[in-house]
Design a protein around this ligand. Structure first.
Ligand SMILES: [Zn+2]
Ligand SMILES: [Zn+2]
Length: 180
């Protein structure tokens, strides 16, 4: 990444948003060039356009790797072991936030093809419902994926916290955050 070339190696905070993807090569580059990072926040999900219409939402979802499982990483365990390996140099890391969804890419794909059609056609919601359009606002998706997704997120966060002793806070983007 060209952007990193002019940055000081003693950087302690890195926050980047609107990334097309977050994978081990990006994390590895950040971790090896800036081993003193205390805060690392990288995010993709801003690329999702939830403010216009279903078509814009669907189209924007094809432009970033918002849900890298199973396309980029076959399983949550392969994502986890890869991330842990590349984050190892960050011995001072206290805050890690990765703006990707740990739920399968299928969660959004199914929501778009199944739920969107139902909601759009429903006389109760009107032909063209107002935003937002995410699975987090969808009773069907929340019932189907909420618990499993939160269990998966907790497992990943716990594993990262256990592997990086300095860590105080680990976060990911989620369609199904607690309390929603
Ligand atoms: Zn639109
Ligand atoms: Zn849905």
């Amino acid at each position: 990444m060209l952007l990193f070339k002019n940055m000081t190696a003693a950087l302690t905070q890195m926050k980047l948003t609107h990334l097309p993807r977050i994978d081990s090569s990006l994390l590895s580059l950040a971790a090896s060039r800036f081993p003193t990072l205390v805060t690392l926040e990288l995010s993709c999900v801003e690329r999702l356009d939830e403010h216009c219409c279903w078509l814009c939402f669907e189209e924007s979802s094809t432009c970033c790797a918002h849900s890298p499982i199973p396309g980029v990483y076959a399983t949550v365990d392969s994502l986890l072991s890869d991330f842990l390996k590349v984050l190892k140099p960050l011995e001072r890391l206290e805050t890690l936030f990765l703006g990707i969804f740990l739920s399968d890419a299928d969660v959004l794909a199914r929501h778009l093809e199944r739920c969107a059609a139902v909601i759009m056609a429903s006389p109760r919601t009107g032909y063209y419902p107002a935003p937002p359009f995410g699975p987090n606002k969808c009773a069907v998706c929340c019932a189907e994926h909420g618990v499993a997704t939160r269990t998966r997120e907790l497992r990943v966060k716990a594993a990262i916290a256990a592997a990086i002793p300095s860590i105080q806070s680990v976060g990911f983007s989620s369609w199904f955050p607690l309390g929603q």
